[in-house]
Design a protein. Structure first.
Length: 323
């Protein structure tokens, strides 16, 4: 049989994944519209309601638009969760439909008999989805980041920049995770050759990767250290916490004994016995936002590249006689 030409191949891929393209378009339009509303009219209404609330605090009981505050808060939470769900949705689709189902139903083998090599088949399957996933997820992340900055200092219930869902949904880490989900799904599909099994494996892989990044994040950049007197409460930095404890006169760091300040005589005796002279607190301030984002994204992209290479390697080994 004659080989598939590039135009025929493109039409075949678009026709094959037309439902996924339609769903992706609907997701982008719906979620993008919600983020734009949060950026504009919903944020303005909530900010005005908070001004009314602050005025009430100074003048006594009065009415303010509590519904606008709650509306913004709830839609913000739902939109943030939706953005964070994108890598899992991409992984599930990639594992179940992009490779797993075609290998399970042997439609991929049919394409190979028409002059399309297995390696080129996988490359053609991943190129367009990778571009669409990067562009679409990147757009959602940009909208979320801009929406959050538009609320900073205006809305009393606005999340802090280091709130984990806000931090991830508004940065390139989520774009990198979406690509990792795509390649994890492709790898699971060619390895397991079962759509449901590949779906589950890809989703679990994205969850494990995200958990690993979250645990490693505080240690990806050198933190800032603040020191405070033992007479005060535990120091609190406005950022991502790394560690807190006691500092001795010779600079040794001790674990926090969870006693409190030296106002309590028992705590004072304990600290004297330990030789502690002050508290220390390591954290990441706002200036570390982009170093943390970019370093974590680079690590996730490296994992994504390894998953893609693994998918091509497994495909090549299992179809060596067909290439």
């Amino acid at each position: 049989m004659s080989a598939l030409t590039a135009p025929h191949l493109s039409r075949w891929l678009i026709r094959l994944h037309r439902p996924a393209l339609l769903v992706w378009t609907v997701v982008l339009l719906g979620l993008g519209s919600a983020l734009l509303c949060l950026w504009g009219p919903l944020a303005d209404a909530s900010a005005e309601a908070w001004q009314q609330h602050y005025a009430c605090a100074s003048t006594g009981p009065c009415l303010y638009d509590q519904a606008a505050i709650l509306r913004y808060k709830h839609i913000y939470d739902y939109a943030t969760i939706a953005v964070l769900a994108v890598p899992f949705l991409v992984a599930a689709w990639a594992g179940a439909a992009l490779t797993g189902r075609e290998l399970e139903q042997r439609t991929a083998q049919l394409a190979w008999t028409q002059g399309l090599t297995p390696t080129r088949w996988l490359l053609s399957k991943l190129t367009l989805p990778a571009a669409l996933v990067t562009a679409g997820t990147g757009l959602l992340v940009l909208l979320h980041h801009g929406m959050w900055w538009a609320s900073e200092g205006r809305i009393g219930s606005a999340k802090s920049w280091y709130d984990p869902p806000t931090f991830y949904a508004g940065g390139p880490i989520t774009v990198a995770l979406a690509l990792a989900g795509l390649f994890a799904g492709a790898f699971a599909g060619v390895l397991l050759r079962r759509s449901l099994a590949a779906l589950g494996a890809a989703v679990v892989a994205v969850g494990a990767l995200w958990a690993g990044v979250h645990q490693a994040l505080p240690h990806l950049w050198t933190p800032v250290t603040s020191v405070s007197s033992l007479e005060s409460d535990l120091p609190v930095g406005n950022g991502v916490d790394v560690s807190t404890g006691l500092l001795t006169a010779d600079g040794e760091r001790l674990a926090d004994p969870f006693c409190g300040s030296t106002i309590n005589p028992q705590c004072e005796r304990l600290y004297d016995r330990l030789g502690a002279v002050s508290w220390y607190h390591e954290y990441h301030p706002l200036s570390h936002y982009w170093p943390l984002q970019l370093t974590a994204s680079a690590i996730v992209l490296a994992v994504a590249a390894l998953l893609a290479l693994a998918a091509f390697r497994v495909t090549a080994v299992r179809t060596r006689g067909l290439s």
